[in-house]
Design a protein around this ligand. Sequence first.
Ligand SMILES: [Zn+2]
Length: 287
Amino acid sequence: MPARHSWEIPMLVLVIVLTVFAYLIAVLLLVTGNVDQYVVALVAAPLLLWFGRGITYATQRVNGVRMSPTQFPEGYQMVVDAAARFGMAKVPDAYVVLGNGRINAFASGHGFRRFVVVYSDLFEIGGAAREPDALAFIIGHEVGHIAAGHTSYWRQLGMFLVPFLPIIGSTLIRAQEYTADNHGYCNRHTGASAAMGTLAAGKYMNRLVGFDEMADRAAFEKGFFVWMVNALSSHPVLTWRMWALRDRSRHGKLFLRPNPPAGAAVPTGGYPSSYGEVPANPPKSVL
Ligand SMILES: [Zn+2]
């Protein structure tokens, strides 16, 4: 089974404690007559979250193309396979929605239903002639969010304060993303490099991205602002994320950039094979 990032549960506990604490204060303020919009929003969090999840799910039900054996069958099969691989009792629903050039996918739920949504631009790489492995990795990542419990109502309620907790909140989300990447890797490790290339350069230029060349930079791009961009980001920055997908011997880095192997010179084209489980992906000709 894919590993849960080692920081995910400790960060989750911290965030839940802070959220519950803030919630109790909000209730206290409300009953003592200190009404303001943040206090009301926090006290109404259970309702707001339930409402938001219902709206998100309904939007897919009325506008999304539902994957099935006859619509986007390759994607449908990838969802079924990922759910089986992760030992899930129920296969989540899966939808394709218009991407309009954006590269994105997400997983959510409402009540007992769970679903994944794939933007059409991302799905196109799973067409017969393009990069089906990358799509299988991404679908594995999204189904992994569900398998790891990230889409549960109660969990999301406990994380309601995440947008208001700088660094702490985003660090929990980054840990979850590494966990989901571990699921994507488990589902189709050969798709990791093309999936990252697609996130880096889009669905047409993904073939021009040298996975190792970009991952190598994780160890050498340094400084306060590099640290800051990662610390505030909801997803691990791409170079670190690629590094984590390549070095399967440890969990992805949350705060400090990965260390280069001892004595490494400025690398050209990747570290020795002990670091590379993802097949090397030198830039390919687009012709
Ligand atoms: Zn994710």
